[in-house]
Ligand binder design. Structure first.
Ligand code: NAD
Length: 494
């Protein structure tokens, strides 16, 4: 353990709640665990309905002045927060690795850079909130403007908390809204450190954070009558409830939910000169380096029968070479599942597939929670599974990929689309007609071709079907999701 990188905890941020420009300590606390070591690393304040009420009221008070501020000035403050995050990059990345179990080298440093870049992107494009002039004739002048929606309540998950949190902050504040952000109970520390960095930046009440559990602070925020817009990223199950909350009071809502993404490999992507690269990108798409805990994980692999053997042999070889270990060890490729409950769920999925006769190309059913020194399954790749098995229909959210051979293009498209999710999809082929035809046919919000990942601010992101509604991460997405249009029509002359 001597080679493990040290972390420094937030100080004021351990209060858990930042409301109206000040730290606020609720009466109870939450324990935050390092899932690679199964040890408590911090206790943070656990907010609930009382803190949500205070935060929403503060956000409402701050709204008139904030929305009146020129967009360029709002943008400058977001750019400054991005700069501060970059300045504290290594410290925040380590905190993120410790609380999420996402490794420092392969994940947490990249997430921290990505989070800073989304703040800088929205800092820059904040001025691009243009309206329209309508051609109604010389005596009738009509134009439209973009108006902030009001108080935004954002709820985020633990799997990439900093990147998602910075996205929500950047989109809500650049468009003139004020914000109450509820981090995930399993991983609030990097967000609380970021909040420390932001504490003197925004006017009081513009940016508020309430840490707490889903059924407490989360539910209170979702149901609060003074929250005008909900922006939720998390599971589809919770997302349904958030959508109901929004519908009950006609609040706006953006939902970024789960996924079960297909990855289709054509023979021309597995020629001798392309095999290694394609196999590595399949591994990247599956997000083994994040223990499969990604909404866009390409967890359903469809490989053309003609290249099944070389592709699967290479994919298995790369998966088996991954070093599973402590997230704060530079040598580690893959860290831990976030908590005992999720680890047990992943274990159950694998165990059920094993009982049903799945073939393990690599991997194993993980140890029971009581015996596991850390929540670390190895990369697991299963074959001999039908497309309609539970493990191939539900989001496992663990390092488990199911591989199925195919021969007929119509059949593989039907299998790929036979899911209630529609977040991402991956196609491996270098034939332009093939990739155009398949990308038109696949039902997903984001399609990668010959690539296994990478998200750049500026590209609209979001899913279809039960993967959610609305688009985020781009200025167009933010304008649609975080502003309303106001039309003004004026009779000219008499
Ligand atoms: P989750 O839905 O359990 O929790 C997400 C957040 O919602 C947490 O902050 C939690 O405290 C809160 N929450 C839970 N119950 C709530 C309730 N009743 N009312 C209000 N808030 C509540 O999800 P998770 O396990 O933290 O994250 C994993 C899920 O998130 C996966 O399904 C994954 O696919 C999804 N996800 C989606 C995206 C995307 O962009 N589409 C990105 C990351 C993660």
């Amino acid at each position: 353990m001597t080679d493990l990188l040290p972390i420094s905890l937030p100080t004021l941020g351990l209060a858990g709640c930042f409301i109206d420009g000040a730290w606020h300590t609720p009466g109870s606390t939450l324990e935050v665990e390092n899932p690679c070591r199964r040890e408590v690393i911090a206790e943070v304040g656990r907010g609930g309905a009382v803190e949500i009420d205070l935060a929403v009221a503060a956000a409402r008070r701050a709204l008139p002045a904030w929305r009146s501020l020129p967009a360029s000035q709002r943008g400058a403050l977001l750019s400054e927060l991005g700069r501060r995050l970059t300045e504290h990059h290594e410290e925040v990345a380590r905190l993120l690795a410790a609380e999420t179990g996402n490794t420092i080298r392969t994940q947490s440093r990249g997430e921290t850079s990505g989070a800073a870049s989304v703040l800088s992107y929205f800092g820059g494009v904040a001025v691009e909130q243009k309206g329209e002039v309508l051609p109604f004739g010389s005596d009738l002048f009509s134009y439209s403007t973009r108006e902030p929606i009001g108080v935004v309540g954002s709820i985020i998950p633990w799997n990439s908390p900093l990147q998602l949190g910075c996205g929500k902050i950047a989109m809500a504040l650049s468009t003139g809204n004020t914000l109450v952000l509820k981090p995930a109970e399993d991983a609030p520390l990097a967000i609380l450190r970021l909040t420390e960095l932001a504490a003197d930046l925004f006017p009081p009440g513009v940016f508020n954070v309430v840490t707490g559990v889903g059924a407490g602070a989360g539910a209170a925020l979702a149901a609060h009558p003074n929250v005008d817009k909900l922006s939720f990223t998390g599971s589809s199950e919770v997302g349904f409830g958030i959508a109901r909350n929004a519908a009950e009071r006609m609040a706006h809502a953006t939902l970024e939910l789960g996924g079960k993404s297909p990855c289709i490999v054509f023979p021309d992507a597995a020629t001798e000169d392309r095999l290694d690269t394609t196999a590595q990108r399949i591994i990247n798409a599956m997000r083994f380096a994040r223990q499969g805990q990604s909404c866009t994980a390409g967890s359903r692999l469809f490989v053309h029968e003609d290249v099944w053997e070389p592709v699967m042999a290479k994919v298995v070889e790369i998966a088996e070479a991954m070093v599973v270990g402590d997230a704060l060890d530079e040598r580690t490729d893959m860290g831990a599942i976030i908590n005992a409950k999720r680890y047990d769920a992943v274990r159950t999925y694998i165990g059920q597939a094993e009982e049903a006769g799945a073939e393990f190309l690599t991997g194993a059913t993980p140890l029971p929670v009581g015996d596991a020194p850390s929540f670390q399954p190895v990369p697991t790749i299963l074959a001999g599974v039908d497309n309609d098995w539970r493990i191939n229909r539900e989001e496992v959210f663990g390092p488990v990929m199911v591989a199925i051979p195919w021969t007929n293009e119509a059949e593989v498209i039907a299998m790929a689309n036979d899911t209630h999710y529609g977040l991402a999809a991956y196609i491996f082929s270098h034939d332009v007609d093939t990739v155009m035809r398949i990308s038109r046919a696949l039902e997903a919000g984001w399609i990668w071709i010959n690539e296994g990942g990478g998200q750049i601010p500026g590209m609209s992101y979001g899913g279809i079907k039960q993967s959610g509604m609305g688009r985020e991460y781009s200025i167009e997405g933010a304008l649609e999701a975080y502003t309303t249009r106001k039309s003004v029509t004026m009779r000219l002359g008499t």
